[in-house]
Structures are given as C-alpha cells and as structure tokens.
Design a protein around this ligand. Structure first.
Ligand SMILES: [Zn+2]
Length: 314
C-alpha cells in the first residue's frame, strides 16, 4: 500500500484515526513470521495511549541491529505513515542481511490523534519539548538540553534527561526508560549499529511561497559515508543544500552542499544514541511540501542504506 492510500484510511483534517493506524501496523506484523509487536502503556491526564514496539523475532540472535523511530511530532504524518508503509520492505532487506530491527513508528500517538506537534497533555502556549533525551553539564556550571552554539569542549559531562528533575513528556520518558533498560541491561548492549529517526520540517519553508519538495538530514562525523544513500535520495527528491534550517532548533543551523547538518548536539534521540556510541545516528527530514509517497521513499532509502553501512563494516 502507498502512504497516500494509507492516509485516506487514517488521516482526517490532519488528525489521525489511531484505530485504523494500529490495525494497519498489526496486519503488517501478523502477516510475517519474523516480527513481534508489543505495546507499552502511556498514561496521560487526558487519556490512555500506547507506544507500539515492533521488533525482529529472536532479536537476541542478531549481532547487529538498528533502531528506527518516527512520529515524535504528532503533526508529521509523513513520518509515521511513510515509515509504516516501508516496514515490510525494510525488514525484508534487513533480515536478508542478518540485521535486526527495532521500530517505534509512532512515538507520540496522542499528538497524532489531535494533529499537534506535542502530546495531548501539553499546553499549546507553554510546550514542554519532546524528543528531549540529554542534559549537558558545562564546565561553567550550566546545564543545557541543546548545545546550540556552545563550544563542544565546554561539555564536562552529560546524562539522560529522564534522570533530571525536570518534567518530561510521558512518551519521551517512556522511550527513554525503554532505551536505558535495553542499553545497559538488555537487548541493545553492543548490538545497535545505526539509528534512523524520521521527521518532517514544517517551518523552514515558511519564508517562501514556492512549492518546495526537499530532504535533508542531521548526521554526526564524516558525511562522505552517506554519499551513496544521498545519491539515491536525490533520485527521488532534491536535497535541501546550503539552506538555513529553522525547524525545532534554539539556534539556526545550515545544511552543506549535500543537505547535511553535521554535529548538531541538540539532545534529541539521535544525539543520545551518538553519545552511546552509535556513530550512524541520523535524523531524516523532508519538507512539508514533499508528497507522502516520496517521503516514504526517502525514509525507506535511509533505513535500507543504514543496513548497507552495517553490512559493509562486517
Ligand atoms: Zn519532527
């Protein structure tokens, strides 16, 4: 099924019918013998929700695996619909290459249900940002959640945001707890080799009236290792190059000539996993003018490309 067809069943006026979305994901998983799905409860003041976790069966047997996230922001249906329709293709490819998959394809479903960036408990006028996983302790005594323009050398240490006193959105706290447990005690120890987090940038193009399908990405380290992935992405949508990025950042960033924002230590999930030693942690963005089916292709190219990188390092 194409993402645009799934959207007809699932999205009305930017709001997601969760029952239909869950039904689609469950069908995808139930039709396969090599995937499991489980549900983690999420309790908001405004009601009960869940975080669905899709995982390779016998996950422990995979020496290498990747984590795939989408839908931190509920108003980015491209990300969680596009990822959902690519699940089968990506899992086929990963398993054929003996790479395990753990996927959380709609992290913030209460936000998706109401069509908002943040969850249903978050007041619009005073949002507590989600996708917030890291606290940096600076040498001058300050604690920041995003290094922004700060000198990296000023970092004395870092720790998980969930261990700070600050209130975090429930879905961020839950995913943080899951990651913590898996990283230190369980499945992920030494095994996660790549992380892909899928998003839509709804802000950067606000300054232009021109219809502008595009893609760019937040990466860490040497950008050249992603060149063949980016060649494939450029085959379906233009890379947003040399562009000032306005979305979700305390301080603006610029993409390079291939659409990379490099070494942006912003405390998001991919920054966390970088700190945990996963160099190939990438946040993939498409512009809001990118159509759903193209967005799905971009996410699929990235996750399959990460499988290739993992295989190439064996
Ligand atoms: Zn986003």
């Amino acid at each position: 099924m194409k993402a645009s067809e799934l959207a007809k069943d699932v999205v009305r006026d930017g709001k997601v019918d969760l029952r239909n979305y869950h039904a689609y994901l469950l069908t995808q998983v139930e039709d396969r013998k090599d995937l499991d799905i489980c549900s983690h409860p999420l309790n908001y003041h405004s009601g009960r929700h869940q975080l669905l976790e899709i995982t390779s069966k016998e996950f422990g047997f995979y020496k290498a695996a990747l984590v795939w996230t989408a839908g931190f922001h509920g108003n980015e249906p491209h990300a969680f619909l596009g990822s959902a329709v690519k699940l089968n293709e990506v899992v086929n490819y990963a398993h054929k290459n003996r790479v395990g998959v753990r996927a959380y394809l709609l992290v913030n479903e209460s936000g998706a249900r109401q069509g908002t960036r943040y969850n249903a408990d978050t007041p619009v006028e005073d949002p507590v940002a989600n996708n917030d996983f890291v606290r940096y302790f600076l040498t001058d005594g300050r604690i920041v959640d995003d290094l922004g323009g700060e000198d990296e050398n000023k970092v004395a240490s870092w720790w998980w945001a969930a261990d700070s006193e600050q209130k975090l959105p429930e879905e961020t706290r839950l995913l943080s707890n899951i990651l913590t447990k898996n990283w230190w005690e369980g499945d992920f120890r030494g095994r996660i080799k790549a992380v892909v987090d899928c998003h839509v940038d709804r802000r950067t193009q606000e300054d232009t009236d021109v219809d502008c399908p595009a893609s760019y990405q937040y990466i860490f380290g040497d950008p050249n290792r992603f060149n063949s992935i980016l060649d494939n992405v450029a085959g379906v949508v233009p890379l947003w190059t040399n562009k000032k990025i306005l979305s979700g950042l305390a301080t603006p960033a610029w993409t390079d000539g291939r659409g990379n924002v490099t070494d942006r230590y912003d405390g998001t999930v991919t920054d966390l996993t970088r700190l945990l030693g996963v160099k190939d942690s990438v946040a993939v963005e498409v512009s809001a003018d990118t159509d759903l089916d193209t967005a799905a292709e971009v996410y699929g190219i990235w996750v399959r490309g990460m499988v290739d990188l993992i295989v190439g390092r064996r």
